[in-house]
Design a protein around this ligand. Structure first.
Ligand code: FAD
Length: 306
């Protein structure tokens, strides 16, 4: 059995594995795709001390750092369930069962997609999901934000300070963000708000985004806006469905943790985008992963070795 089994190989899982292995305890990492979300991004400019890197390069560095230690890496393995107990059992889709004295859940999250033509084709070529990450790439350009909830309206306010013009596109009759955010948004001169607008296509020239088509749901009329970027802000989905009822989660499906990354299940910790810790960012996920590993170590030295 492992002392610490990390589920997930993104920044949170990699940091947890390095911190656990440095304590000299039996450490394993099981991941469906080592690297995680950073594999889907091109440029990363906000990981402190690294002014610029690229997603695939960053992911390779994460993996190399883990490999520098005695860690059992099980890549391209999907985990499908967890059973609590003195030895916690983690079952893989292959049917294999891994046992560990403690487990760190770091399965991350995925952006909800709008599923319209052009979204996949122009991903990272004008279609973006993270305003903190990619906002500065659109300096002086025109963008749309799809989604009028808190994250969409926050993104639009944030982007309005960087880009030339923001069109906020909401499917429903009204914005759903907090009133204070809505009034801030309405006070900005370079923002246009469209409600009852259904995005139908993200258009491009074959290389990059050049516009967005939408249907006015009240009149049925089709419209097209010329722009250079589209930020999709219709929600982030934690990769935690597979846990079912075993670990306590919020109404948004995020794993609930305390300040030490502990879940409600003894010996089970969680870190990164899959948890209820706010602000989904690499540097935050990595810090949380480190914290979870230190907490798991603390748990192990206080519990009798089986
Ligand atoms: P993830 O990176 O999501 O990793 C989760 C890991 O768990 C993966 O290895 C995955 O395969 C694995 N996993 C999931 N489910 C299972 C399962 N059932 N069984 C086994 N393994 C599983 N942040 C920044 O700070 N700066 C940026 O510039 C930036 N740009 C971004 C651009 C894009 C396009 C995207 C999508 C995100 C960006 N982010 C950026 C956000 C950042 O990538 C995340 O906050 C960070 O990766 C979260 O790390 P994590 O380890 O919690 O989860």
């Amino acid at each position: 059995a492992f002392d610490v089994l990390v589920v997930g190989g993104g920044p949170a899982g990699a940091a947890a594995a390095v911190y656990a292995a440095r304590k000299g305890i039996r450490t394993g990492v099981v991941a469906e795709r080592f690297g995680g979300q950073v594999l889907d991004t091109m440029s990363i400019e906000n990981f402190i001390s690294v002014p610029h890197t690229e997603g695939p390069k960053f992911a390779a560095a994460l993996e190399q750092h883990v490999k520098d230690y005695d860690v059992d890496i099980m890549n391209v393995q999907r985990v499908q369930s967890l059973r609590a107990g003195d030895l916690i059992e983690v079952e893989l889709a292959s049917g294999a069962v891994l046992k560990s004295r403690s487990v760190i859940l770091a399965t991350g999250a995925r952006w909800r997609e709008i599923n319209v033509p052009g979204e996949q084709q122009y991903r990272n070529k004008g279609v973006a999901y993270c305003p903190h990450c990619d906002g500065p790439l659109f300096k002086g350009k025109r963008v749309a934000v799809v989604g009028g909830g808190n994250s969409g309206v926050e993104a639009a306010i944030d982007l309005a300070g960087v880009v030339a013009h923001v069109t906020l596109i909401e499917f429903g009759d009204a914005l759903r963000a907090d009133a204070v955010l809505q009034s801030k948004l309405r006070s900005l001169p370079n923002v246009e708000i469209l409600t009852q607008a259904q995005t139908t296509e993200i258009t491009g020239d074959g290389q990059k985004v050049n516009g967005l088509s939408y249907k006015n749901r009240a009149t049925g009329e089709a419209h097209h806006v010329e722009l250079e970027g589209v930020f999709v802000q219709i929600g982030l989905v934690p990769n935690a469905e597979w846990l079912g009822e075993t670990v306590k989660r919020t109404q948004h499906g995020e794993i609930e943790i305390d300040a030490r990354c502990a879940t409600n299940v003894p010996g089970v910790f969680a870190a990164g985008d899959v948890t209820n810790v706010p602000y989904k960012q690499i540097v935050i996920a990595a810090g949380e992963g480190a914290k979870a590993a230190l907490s798991a170590f603390d748990y192990l030295i206080r519990s009798s070795a089986p």
